[in-house]
Design a protein around this ligand. Sequence first.
Ligand code: NAD
Length: 491
Amino acid sequence: MTSPTLDAATDLNATATAQHLINGTWCGQAATRRMNPAQPDQMVASSPSGTAEDVAAAIAAAVEAQPAWAALPAPARGAVLLAAGDLLMDRQSAIAEDLVREEGKTLAEAKGEVKRASDVLRFFGSLGWAATGEVLPSGLPDTTITTRREPLGVVGLITPWNFPIALPAWKMAPALISGNTVVIKPAELTPLSATHLARALQDAGLPAGVLNVVHGKGRVVGAALAHDPRIAGLSFTGSTAVGLGLQEVLNARRARVQLEMGGKNGVLVLDDADAVRAAKVVAAGAFGLTGQACTATSRVYVTPGIRAAFLEALVAEAASYVPGNGLDANSAMGAVVSRQQLEQNQAAVRGAVERGATLLHGTYDGDPSGPLLFAAAVLTGLQADDPAVTEEIFGPVVAVLEVANYEEGLAAINDSRYGLTAGICTDSLARATDFAARAQAGVVKVNRPTAGLDLNVPFGGVKDSSTNTFREQGRSALDFFTWGKTVYTGV
Ligand code: NAD
């Protein structure tokens, strides 16, 4: 078995090679070049561009490996995840540097993400020892009823670039501990991070064929996964447009599908909040991770009494998020992932200004051919239906609108096609409690940034943010990857 070259983290001029992992063998010719978004002339990685035949081979390997993997005692499956989690931490610095160079975020964020991937593997690994199923009473004499969770079989995973190691981990780990085998298509922009994860699992002893990785284009590799009848369930995270298209394909063949998609997450700041504290909460949610989080704050509604103080504090916060190369310790905010995304950020801000908005902080005319840096942007003076208020930008851009009171603010928060996370900044327990009950979002944060979740809690959204059937993360993640069986045993 050959192993991919992954020494680039120790040599900034070297290029790492990501390869497919099919039936335990690393394979595929380098076809796609990934450049460093903070240093566009530096090549970071090459990866193969997978074909439908590659996907078919990966699925065949997963089909072959699945019965033996499912037959292993769950603690033995868990032991592999636990060991892989340890390996990720042993390799944390090297992996985090590769992650920064292919995705752009800061080194601190990347290290945190590698640790998250490790923690996720360890969390689900430890569930190998946990009870699943129930014992239920029967109306019949001498009869015991138990419930079991059975693996789906072979599952497909499609992931985006913004959490390139943690997100594949939080889909893979519950799939694997449940006895499924996996074919994953990582995002094209971030092939190295997924490779590091796969290699840790392989080095930890995962049998050949249990996890297969196929790199390449979404409309080729992703589509082949979605259409293959051997894929019993597909878990996708990415844009709403792509997700809804995949849902139609999976629904047509009545396969299970889980979609986690876009967001336009709002925060309501009430007069009784502390303006400086609220600005820190909003800034962390809006500008952390370069705003490239599905849970990022992108619209804020403020009541009149706190508006001026809040805006002043938010602009000061925005100024502190100085963008730069994520490997430079002075950079408070990393690079934008791609030139296309940078141009999207610039166009969103420019368009809002042209429609009459005021740009209190930031700019929209940076050179997209240099390092892909974009200053935190704060917009005011927008109409409620302005695209900068209604459409996902996926950058460090926040629109601040005034509302007359709590009820108007709550209605504005809920007036969105999305419903991933929602926040409120208030000192009123009554308002916070009411907001938690009435906000149309899968996650509600009171006096905390909309972005960022613990790994043990259910995560997902409503409306166009999610299929809103199965939740990811925590124990609830097991539901998607298993089906329920009821067993009667008479004596
Ligand atoms: P994207 O939809 O362009 O791509 C996501 C994945 O789908 C990639 O691997 C891509 O190659 C693949 N893909 C693209 N077209 C496909 C097709 N026709 N068939 C099958 N697969 C296809 O999204 P992105 O730009 O990588 O990521 C950003 C988006 O992801 C944002 O909208 C963001 O909100 C969302 N996101 C959501 C969550 C969440 O949990 N809700 C988390 C992170 C990111």
